[in-house]
Design a protein around this ligand. Structure first.
Ligand code: PEP
Ligand code: MN
Length: 351
């Protein structure tokens, strides 16, 4: 069984008593056999990059000893988020060797560069976890990886935490998973472990399990999950943090998935893959046929001075396709995204 990484702990270290309660509550959960298949790391944010300055901003360096103590009691390494060289230096001095770069920081190459170029003596003992940037811009994510690699760091992992698309009304999740971006990251960096931050994607404790299970089934290398002794009293991300009991229950389900991978159904799998390849061949042949027709429509429109873009016609195509998708159990928003790409290619071909 492949060992997976599990980064668990509260969104933020809030005070000494809360971190002591974290140690007490996680001890039995992490000691349980269901946690044995994971390499576990304790998380707690000290410097919190909160959108609004009116909210809890983290306790800063004051919380370092609480994090150290809790990790020591649990016998696992501590991790915290760093955004500035001062964060990195003070956490490093407190013997912390696991650092994550938050989504807002990955979005800013100046900040990533400042972290990468901070001089630390034993880079080979440091593990970096780089979250994807806020927007689905894979180049920013890769850029952050490359900056840390260029600075001489060898232990680099990535964390998929979803993307803020500004349309939370159309999604049940806080951050859109957009798995295609994570899959593309994995394709570009097959050797870099890719974890899923199920809590920040879900945004709601109720949906954490779904995202976590999907991730492991997909073959992701681990998970970040927020857990708090009393989630309803948490100073940040109260809605999405699991209780220790919920974490324990989830770990049992996740272990089943991890243990059952990679499965004995290899023959059936290759037969199904063969079918996928054949279906893809047909799909692409059809796409080529569609583009050919679009080219002929383009010639007709040019000859008759008709503008290429016909809004009404596209609206009609789109709504028919989205209704069809819904009836057939396909996410209409996904159908729209696909249709938008196909239509854009048609428009370009007509031009
Ligand atoms: C966090 O891990 O608490 C956090 C702030 O995450 P993100 O950078 O993914 O928003
Ligand atoms: Mn959080």
């Amino acid at each position: 069984m492949n060992r997976k990484t599990l980064i668990v702990g509260p969104c933020a270290a809030e005070n000494a008593a809360q971190m002591a309660a974290v140690a007490q509550a996680l001890k039995p959960v992490l000691g349980d056999s269901s946690a044995q298949g994971f390499d576990i790391v304790l998380r707690a944010g000290l410097w919190k990059p909160r959108s609004s300055p009116a909210t809890f901003q983290g306790v800063g360096a004051e919380g370092l000893p609480w994090l150290q103590d809790t990790a020591k009691q649990l016998g696992i390494p501590p991790a915290t988020e760093v955004a500035q060289p001062e964060h990195l230096l003070s956490a490093y001095k407190a013997s912390i060797r696991h650092f994550w770069i938050g989504a807002r920081t990955t979005s800013n190459p100046f900040m990533v560069e400042a972290l990468a170029s901070t001089q630390l003596p034993d880079k080979q003992n440091i593990v970096w976890y780089i979250k994807n940037p806020i927007s689905p811009d894979i180049e920013l994510w890769c850029g952050a990886v490359e900056r840390l690699q260029a600075a001489g760091y060898e232990h680099i992992c990535a964390i998929h935490r979803g993307f803020a698309l500004g349309d939370s009304t159309t999604s049940i999740y806080r951050n859109a998973p957009m798995w295609s971006v994570a899959i593309e990251f994995k394709r570009r960096y097959p050797a870099i472990p890719l974890l899923t931050d199920a809590s920040h994607i879900a945004g709601n404790a109720e949906h954490v399990a779904t995202i976590a299970e999907q991730s492991l089934r997909m073959g992701m290398d681990g998970l970040m999950i927020e857990v708090h002794p009393e989630p309803q009293k948490a100073l940040s991300d109260a809605r999405q943090q699991l209780t220790p009991e919920a974490l324990s229950e989830l770990l049992q389900r996740l272990t089943m998935i991890a243990v059952n991978q990679p499965g004995n159904e290899q023959n059936e799998l290759s037969a199904l893959r063969q079918q996928i390849d054949e279906t893809d061949d047909e799909l692409w042949a059809l796409l080529r046929k569609r583009i050919d027709i679009a080219r002929r429509i383009g010639e007709y429109k040019r000859a008759h001075n008709i503008p290429v873009l016909q809004n009404e016609r596209y609206n009609e195509l789109l709504s028919r396709r989205m209704h069809w998708a819904e009836e057939h159990g396909i996410d209409p928003q996904a159908a729209k995204q696909l249709m938008d790409i196909i239509h854009e290619q048609s428009v370009l071909r007509q031009l």
